[in-house]
Design a protein around this ligand. Sequence first.
Ligand code: CP3
Length: 345
Amino acid sequence: MSTFRLINALKRQPVDRTPVWFMRQAGRYLPEYRALREKMGGFLAMCKTPEVACEITLQPLARFAVDAAIIFSDILTIPDAMGLGLHFATNEGPQFDNPVRDKKAVDRLPIPDPENDLGYVMEAIRLVSRHNQQVPVIGFCGSPWTVATYMVEGKSSRDFSVIKKMLYNEPAILLALLGKLMQASCLYLQAQIQAGAKAVMIFDTWGGVLTGPAYQQFSLHFMQEIVTFLKKSAPEIPVILFTKQGGQWLENIAQTGCDAIGIDWTQNIKDARKRVGHQVALQGNLDPSILLASPATIKAEVKTILADFGVGCGHVFNCGHGITPDVPPENVQAAIEAVQEGYIV
Ligand code: CP3
């Protein structure tokens, strides 16, 4: 048994109450985050300054009784370290100077050495681990497929036409890129664990835009390889896989050997538990838009999810995707209180 509620729930061991944390719990909905961002002059500069990344990671802990601290960073640190030239233009999302479009570009990509090339992330994790012993630090990376969408498209996309064209016309090039990202992600998560991360999560935000067979071959397969690697190198560390819109593939995701599956709100958690609850813990699944409603509505919706999951082990409360910038912090507090109360009151 761990002393941490989150870790016990991820391992489907008994807990005194359902643990709760939020994707994007450190971010733009917090005025103290926005103030620091103004001072630092940009998101990437904050990620790359360990003292600042540590401070932002801890900001939600100063306000709320959340059960985890997700390290303040981004899934695009790996392609940045590979030399793609990453920028975050204000309100425009990420952009790469050198998108990856052909075999030559894939062949040229180095596999970053975590401590040398991404040392700022490990240093931030070490600082957070030193400054807080209350809750575990969650390390993370993007899924190879999700990170590749940004590298190939060069920016956020609506229809993923460039990478899908590559997938169907030149699959070998895409598979080579995904293989490199998989290798880099294994080393990156291993280093985060060595630096103090007590659980890790793989964000597959865009796996759900693929067909079933393409999801298996181009997304899940590479996440499976990462899980297998981590289960050998750090077997005690829980691994959470989150494929947004991946509800139809829960059985396949559970078979990777991951400890927990993140589910979005399009899936009923009761059904999800029936399908895979004997194999994995479930993390989710409030629609983050509900955090824009009144505290009374938020509490009712939280309690519905807790009741749908029902009694027993293996639930971590979260939203089904990140907190959006327009959410009032007091509404996050209302959701946390509802989780703390539980559904039988
Ligand atoms: O959850 C946390 O609080 C930890 C930090 C975290 C960030 N990004 C900080 C961030 C995590 C876990 C991520 C993951 C991430 N990054 C994903 C996967 C999860 C998801 O949200 O779907 C993706 C797809 C990215 C890539 C990314 N980073 C995009 C598309 C954008 C711009 C759009 C947006 O949502 O802001 C970012 C920027 C980003 N990452 C911000 C933060 C706090 C906003 C930066 C700012 O403007 O201050």
